[in-house]
Design a protein around this ligand. Structure first.
Ligand code: FES
Length: 338
């Protein structure tokens, strides 16, 4: 059984299968709707239902308030149609968004690497190339694990036949636990993607600051590789935060990249360096490293933030105090896979 959804103001038609969310159906049929987290917590995907019946699904009460529910607002990433529908969406597509269609892929694990004591790097070869924008993510279905898990793609889109993912072990997390303890080379998985609107705005000549914490290095790594491969001439700064040297992964690769490209600047920071680390670099939180480098004056930059929510909050405050416009700050929020 399926329902037909008319999306206003464009008049696009979307066929939604029973049990499928509005957003999933739209994106798979090449109809773009705004979204970010994809699982009912950020509120980016709100649409107004003009006609028809919908189950609001697993929308968080913080992302969709009671008053909005009463007015017929739903979160497209959670909403399950119960009849044909007419909806109205605020479709204001960023001119730099490529909007590649989301599809399902079969993938084979071709390598597993220990990047740090808590982060594994895995490479999944896809059954056919996936077009994606640097900074986007994929969802993985793991054997015996309920629900999908989202991971940012760490490789550049120039290598479309595989995806590299950085997976931090979340204590008690079933998905990341399976990846760290059970997954082996040769295993086959289902992957869908590409998702997300975290990507570098290219129609802009402002220098670029990336601030990454923990396994949040994956998106910036993909974005930086893409920019450098494309010969982008803007100054590109990467501030990478970690607790200690063992957790500061990809350090030598990034140092080598900075040696090859005079416009790429690699600035790592350790907030809990061990005595044995013999660390000569910045000691403190990663947002403090950025503020220190620019002496608190960051106006005229674009910033891309990826990491745990407290790091993102601290970085936003620092950037706004440093006079970076709110519209120039982009972030990958809520991307936590347990
Ligand atoms: Fe739907 Fe975040 S709440 S995309």
């Amino acid at each position: 059984m399926s329902y037909q959804v008319t999306v206003e103001p464009t008049g696009d038609l979307v066929e939604v299968e029973e049990g499928q969310t509005l957003l999933d159906a739209a994106l798979r049929q090449g109809v773009w709707l705004p979204f970010a987290c994809g699982h009912g917590t950020c509120g980016t995907c709100k649409v107004q239902v003009l006609e028809g019946d919908v189950d609001v699904g697993a929308a968080s009460p913080f992302a969709l308030m009671d008053m909005e529910r009463e007015e017929g607002v739903v979160l497209a990433c959670c909403a399950l149609p119960e009849s044909d529908l007419v909806i109205e969406a605020d479709i204001d597509v960023d001119p730099d968004f490529a909007g590649y269609q989301i599809e399902d892929y079969q993938a084979k694990v071709v390598s597993i690497e220990e990047l740090s004591p808590t982060i594994k790097g895995i490479r999944l070869a896809l059954d056919r190339p996936m077009q994606f924008q640097a900074g986007q993510y994929v969802n993985l279905n793991l054997p015996g694990v309920e629900g999908s898990r989202a991971f940012s793609i760490a490789n550049s889109p120039a290598n479309a036949s595989y995806v590299d993912l950085h997976v931090r072990l979340v204590p008690e997390g079933k998905g990341t636990g399976w990846i760290h303890q059970t997954m082996k080379v040769g295993d086959e998985l289902e992957v869908s993607g590409p998702y997300g609107q975290f990507f570098v705005r290219k129609t802009d000549d402002k220098d670029v600051i990336f601030i990454a914490g923990g396994s949040g290095l994956s998106s910036p790594l993909s974005m930086i590789s893409d920019l450098l491969e494309m010969g982008d001439e803007r100054q590109i700064y990467l501030f990478q935060g970690a607790r200690n040297l063992a957790e500061l992964y990809k350090k030598s690769e990034l140092e080598a990249l900075a040696e090859q490209h005079s416009n790429f600047h690699y600035l790592p920071a350790l907030n809990d360096a061990l005595a044995s680390d013999d660390w000569q670099g910045f000691c403190g939180f990663v947002h403090e490293a950025a503020s220190d480098h620019f002496k608190g004056r960051l106006s005229g930059h674009k910033a891309y933030l990826c990491g745990p929510p407290p790091m993102i909050d601290a970085a936003i405050t620092m950037l706004m105090q440093g006079r970076v416009f709110e519209a120039d700050i982009h972030m990958e929020k809520f991307l936590t896979a347990a």
